[in-house]
Design a binder for this molecule. Structure first.
Ligand code: BGC
Length: 766
């Protein structure tokens, strides 16, 4: 048998050594037929850390684009070039400097995903990512490893800042807009991390156990919306396991749902790390292994030789790869400039930050500040401002505007003693710790105390106080409950002392939350006169915050998730490793650790506002919440049957005194009977243009019957029940100023492929 196989191998080699077609868009089958088994295996494995394998050159490690996360391998004899893949999602991540040249390769640091989602403005997101995609193209990269769309299941997930929302419709539409913008440049995206990478603790091994309903309605829905609407070139499978399989080895996920149900035609690549089951991944529909190593190539070759990987599966994946390669700028021979217009993109970043800031509190018109002479600016974060998160989500930007720069640019005078105090501390701390790269501004400094007596004196000589509270996070670890979700003791003391001193002096305190994920606010928000939430708003974000404080921009951001009163109000807190990092658990454990090795999504569909709204649990700030300097009125809505669903319109009028933008959130409540559903679910949303006082705009939304449907596990199908739906126009999930009804005459159903069935889990019932 062995002999015959060897012989066959030799014959193949002879045949192909004659056939040397060069890859074009039109000869993919011919090239496929000309490839040797070794060449095929080579194309399915990334070459980030290899130069030459099996006589096939993958360029120097990382090739000409230094700092790119990975690449695919070249097969020069067939005209197949190396293509380059780089992170994402807050901008392109490559090395800013290179050996042998003084030229720099900085990229624009845009607002993080959560901030973009807070704009609730898909056109804005497309403008941002059109600029981002131009940097991808002009720096010679083929695919941006973004967007990240995992749902905010729990506020402590360390990567929530990269992701959009707790809601799949907001998240999926943001992702679609993101993909369209990047890909309009003729480069690709990689929507990630597919799927259920909703925690970072033990992210490589942890197993999600979730019901088909929770998966289909929440954790896959955002991918479904983005993939079917915007056709990303690639999908990145996640590290973790789901219902018994690594996601990168799950045929349910990669073939049945992704390709059969949603019609995805691009490639799937693994997240960055080799797993033993290369062959299983390839068979399940994971086309590309990243970053790639020789062992993976050898495994594929051996598996095809021994029959454990079918020739059909191999060829299917290789064909997908060839279809991807012919689309890339590298293949087209695009002459990139290495000189994108960073100035123009900085303007886009600033505009995006301005549209994304959420004003959480503004007692008695504290903001905008008027007639303010001098501000006292507190918090180490005012100087060590966090533009974006750490890890692969960090962008090497040329500069970060901090709050000192931002407020001064906006014309405010700052109390110099405070700025000097923080700068002196940072210089001292830097010298002590010998931090190696002071240019990477990622929130390295913990808050420091300010003596009470100093605060009293500052309150006497300044007109108002601004306190910046900073947080940073990044991949590989989740955030902690204590000293992260909750304020640290130093922060709480500082906040209280400032509030007391300034209030005694009849002056105001404005808190700026320069954070990546939700923090606890209910215990301290009464101390602040105003609270602004710019998240991690990119390199220009502090300018935008200052513009809002000065009243040059009217805030129009809205929360893309709930701020609970208490962390434990989230049902997912029962199944999340919230204290793992504190209680340093031994890694040499024998029995699986709850939520570290296996995380059971026992809350089912009761995530975020779906839970809080239906359970009637009070929150600190609801999903969709955000204040404005003006007021808006919603007209009586008009709902008309259209297609198999409806079209609903509402007219928004600016009834206040200054120009502003309003976000319209369309929620639907389903008829009783049938499946148990949340009281309301977001189905569509939109943002008005800048409305002058007295001006109106009508916004219309189309919702199809399929979009009204819920997933019936017993029958493995989507179902839209017949009956009367309430169509609710909200300013947030708890404030519905206008509503109407829509009657669906006949029940409808959409069967799907049989994936994730029979999972044993007992779920929360409301
Ligand atoms: C991250 C991905 C990233 C990849 C390449 C991984 O550690 O999870 O999001 O795209 O690295 O840098």
């Amino acid at each position: 048998m062995k002999k015959i196989l060897l012989l066959l191998g030799a014959v193949t080699l002879t045949a192909t050594s004659l056939a040397q077609p060069k890859l074009t868009r039109d000869n993919i089958d011919e090239v496929l037929a000309a490839m040797t088994l070794e060449e095929k295996a080579t194309l399915l494995v990334g070459g980030a850390r290899a130069a030459t394998v099996n006589g096939v050159t993958s360029g120097q490690a990382m090739g000409p684009v230094q700092g790119a996360a990975g690449n695919t391998r070249a097969i020069p004899r067939l005209g197949i070039p190396v293509t380059y893949l780089a992170d994402g999602p807050a901008g392109l991540r490559i090395s800013p400097t290179r050996q042998g040249t003084d030229k720099t390769f900085y990229c624009t640091g845009f607002p993080v995903g959560t901030a973009l989602a807070s704009s609730w403005d898909v056109d804005l997101v497309t403008r941002v990512t059109t600029a981002m995609g131009n940097e991808v193209l002009e720096y010679g990269v083929d695919v941006l490893l973004a967007p990240g769309v995992n749902l905010h299941r729990n506020p402590l997930c360390g990567r929530n800042f990269e992701y959009f929302s707790e809601d799949p419709v907001l998240s999926g539409n943001m992702a679609a807009a993101y993909i369209q913008g990047v890909q309009s440049n003729g480069v690709g995206t990689s929507i990630k991390h597919y799927a259920t990478n909703n925690q970072e603790t033990n992210r490589n091994e942890d197993e999600t156990v979730a019901s088909a309903r929770a998966l289909r309605e929440l954790y896959l829905k955002n991918f479904e919306i983005a993939i079917t609407k915007a056709r990303p070139w690639t999908v990145m499978s996640s590290y973790n396991r789901l219902d018994g399989e690594y996601t990168q080895q799950s045929e349910d996920l990669l073939t049945k749902v992704l390709r059969d149900d949603w019609g995805f035609e691009g490639i799937v690549m693994t997240d960055w790390g080799s797993k033993a089951g290369t062959v299983k991944s390839a068979a399940a529909g994971n086309d590309l292994m990243e970053p790639g190593n020789q062992t993976e190539i050898d495994r594929i070759i051996a598996a095809v030789r021994d029959g454990s990987l079918s020739q059909d599966d191999l060829d299917r994946n290789v064909r997908n790869m060839l279809n991807y390669i012919v689309k890339t700028p590298t293949f087209r021979g695009y002459a990139y400039s290495n000189a994108p217009d960073l100035k123009a993109h900085a303007r886009v970043a600033r505009e995006a930050a301005g549209e994304s800031v959420v004003m959480l509190r503004n007692v008695q018109g504290t903001l905008p500040l008027q007639g303010t002479e001098q501000l006292a600016l507190y918090g180490i974060g005012s100087i060590d401002f966090v533009a974006g998160g750490t890890g692969s989500g960090n962008v090497n930007k040329a500069y970060v505007v901090n709050m000192v720069d931002g407020l001064e640019n906006a014309g405010f005078k700052l109390d110099p003693s405070l700025t000097e105090y923080y700068k002196a501390y940072m210089a001292y701390d830097l010298a002590q710790r010998r931090l190696s790269s002071p240019n990477v501004r990622s929130g390295k400094y913990a808050e420091i105390p300010v003596p009470k007596a100093a605060i009293e004196a500052q309150a006497a000589r300044n007109d108002a106080a601004v306190l910046v509270i900073g947080r940073n996070a990044g991949e590989g670890a989740d955030r902690r409950l204590v000293d992260d979700f909750e304020l640290t003791d130093t922060e709480r003391t500082l906040l209280t002392d400032i509030a007391n001193a300034y209030h005694r002096a009849g002056k105001k305190l404005i808190v700026v939350l320069n954070i990546g994920g939700v923090i606890e606010t209910s215990s301290w928000k009464h101390l602040a006169d105003a609270v602004l939430l710019p998240w991690s708003p990119g390199q220009e974000g502090a300018n935008a915050v200052a513009d809002i404080i000065a009243g040059r921009i009217n805030p129009s951001g809205r929360l893309p998730m709930t701020f609970p009163e208490n962390y434990f109000d989230h049902p997912s807190s029962l199944n999340f490793p919230y204290d793992y990092n504190r209680n340093a658990v031994s890694q040499n454990r024998r029995t699986p650790l709850k939520d570290v090795d296996v995380t059971r999504y026992e809350e089912g569909i009761w995530v975020g506002y779906r839970f809080f709204g239906t359970a009637g649990r009070s929150v600190s700030y609801p999903f969709g919440f955000g204040l404005s300097y003006t007021d808006f009125n919603f007209s009586r809505p008009v709902v008309k049957a259209s297609g198999d669903g409806f079209t609903a319109s509402v007219t928004v009028t600016n009834t206040g005194k200054v120009a502003g933008k309003e976000v319209v959130q369309l929620y639907v409540g389903a008829p009783a009977g049938g499946l148990v559903k949340p009281v309301r679910e977001l189905k569509a949303f939109g943002k008005t243009r800048l409305l002058q006082p007295g001006e109106s705009q009508t916004l219309s939304f189309r919702v199809s019957a399929y979009e009204l449907a819920s997933f019936n596990e017993a029958l493995n199908r989507w179902e839209a029940a017949a009956g009367t739906y309430s169509v609710q126009f909200g300013q947030n999930a708890e404030c519905i100023p206008a509503s109407a009804t829509f009657k669906l005459a006949k029940a409808q159903a959409w069967p799907v492929s049989d994936a994730f069935l029979g999972v044993e889990i007992s779920e929360l019932k409301l």
